[in-house]
Write a protein that binds this ligand. Sequence first.
Ligand code: HEC
Length: 104
Amino acid sequence: MRTLQLHITGLVAGILALLLISGPALADGVSRGALLASMCETCHGTDGVGAKPMQSINGMDVKDFVDFMKAFVSREEASTMMYRHAEGYTDEEIQAMAEYFKDR
Ligand code: HEC
């Protein structure tokens, strides 16, 4: 029983330590952008540099990037994949991704 309690205490301490480490990183705009961007890099390539025929999304003007994402959501921009990928992000998250990819 005592061993179990020690394990649980260790687990809780570990989780708290993780939260302490990840908290400040997530509050940082660039790190948050990097985290969100990792979802996009599966298709668009590392740092958004796509292997043809996949479009690269690095170095894009922030406004163009945001406009693209909104146009995918509203279905104004033709898409096979991006409808579902553009949905589900807040304006602030899209902004963070735009700023991240702009500097890649
Ligand atoms: C499953 C693969 C896939 C993922 C994941 C993905 N995309 Fe795309 N993306 C595409 C495809 C394919 C296109 C071309 C338009 C279409 O057919 O949807 C595209 C087009 C785009 C464009 C327009 C580029 C241009 O110049 O025409 C932007 C911007 C973009 N994606 C951003 C993102 C962002 C941001 C994410 C992550 C939230 C993301 N994509 C995740 C496949 C993907």
